[in-house]
Design a protein around this ligand. Structure first.
Ligand code: ADP
Ligand code: MG
Length: 138
């Protein structure tokens, strides 16, 4: 079983589409192990996205991710990393396949509705960034 971290980003929370996104995730066969709404601090957003700290979009990304509450969700499934990336679609919603979460709900390449882990290793690390083992059920 693989784990992946979903973050429903501030743009999607502002649009009140959290319920639709969570239902799509459940319909795709993912198990929700933990779920919590949070308003990320600047330090949390900087640390979470530290892999991108040299990128030109880093500062704006941190500002966006702290602009309102998010929903953090720890997910588990066989092949979770690849299956979840397929479900959410490309980073840029203009390039995302029809029916994907980002095609349906993203505004643009920055405000793209959801986060997903990019590897098995990072899935474990990112779930651990927001949840202790004791907080995860199932
Ligand atoms: P993904 O979230 O699909 O794994 P990345 O890890 O490359 O994408 O980027 C992390 C996040 O940074 C994206 O989800 C998006 O919010 C933002 N981002 C990525 N590329 C750009 C860009 N070219 N311009 C603005 N924001 C971007
Ligand atoms: Mg990424």
């Amino acid at each position: 079983m693989e784990r992946t971290l979903c973050i429903i980003k501030p743009d999607a929370v502002r649009k009140k589409v959290q319920g639709h996104i969570i239902q799509k995730i459940l319909d795709a066969g993912f198990q929700i192990l933990g779920m919590k709404m949070r308003h990320l601090t600047e330090a949390q957003a900087k640390a979470f996205y530290s892999i991108h700290k040299e990128k030109p979009f880093y500062k704006d990304l941190v500002e966006f991710m702290t602009s309102g509450p998010v929903v953090t969700i720890a997910l588990q499934k066989e092949n979770a990393i690849a299956d979840y990336r397929k479900l959410i679609g490309a980073t840029d919603p203009a390039k995302a396949d029809e029916g994907t979460v980002r095609k349906l709900y993203a505004n643009n390449v920055q405000e793209n509705a959801v986060h997903g882990s990019d590897s098995i290793e990072n899935g474990k690390i990112e779930v651990g960034f927001f949840f202790s083992e004791a907080e995860l059920a199932g």
